[in-house]
Write a protein that binds this ligand. Structure first.
Ligand code: PNS
Length: 159
């Protein structure tokens, strides 16, 4: 049974993330999409809201499970006996950021391996950070995020 963890902030989940999830679901028996926390990010949706939104979008994949975790990724990996992490790479900036995290994770837990999937060119410009900016200025999100996620952000705006 080949399992993989796809961790991220998913604030919000975009079509770029969804493409990586779909590709992983074709290659692995089980995919755990892990809603995680990064000290470098400011969130619009809390961890439970993100988990709910991502779970709705991932219902169509029978081998994809969504979980949320506030702690070290390597601790989750160890506890759940999954030593393969997957990440998407859009550009050289992602590569540099991911390489540093990879070194940190490997130093903390040498058994962990990370697999990098290059984003599709037509999706590689989409970023959660810019989606948040567009959302805060009332722009249309349809081309960047699934409708379930868009609805969630709109609901949040009205609160
Ligand atoms: O979508 P993001 O924000 O690029 O995802 C980054 C994330 C959440 C995968 C990363 O920050 C992470 O693994 N966070 C969990 C806490 C942790 O292990 N931090 C040390 C990373 S070296």
């Amino acid at each position: 049974m080949q399992k993989v963890i796809y961790p991220g902030s998913f604030d919000p989940l975009t079509f770029g993330h969804l493409d990586i999830i779909e590709r992983l679901s074709r290659q692995f028996d089980e995919v755990v999409v892990l809603i995680s926390w990064s000290s470098q990010k400011k969130y619009i949706l809390d961890i439970i809201e993100r988990k709910t939104a991502v779970t709705k979008v991932c219902q169509k994949f029978s081998n994809v499970r969504v979980d949320a975790f506030e702690g070290l990724l390597v601790e989750y990996v160890k506890k759940n006996n999954i030593n393969m992490i997957a990440k998407g790479l859009r550009n050289a900036r992602d590569y540099e950021y991911e390489m540093t995290m990879d070194h940190m994770n490997k130093t903390l837990f040498p058994d962990v391996e990370t697999l990098y999937l290059i984003s599709r060119p037509e999706l590689s410009f989409i970023s959660s950070t810019l989606v948040k900016e567009i959302a805060s200025l009332g722009g249309d999100l349809k081309k960047f995020v699934p409708s379930e996620v868009e609805a969630y952000i709109k609901k949040k705006d009205k609160k």
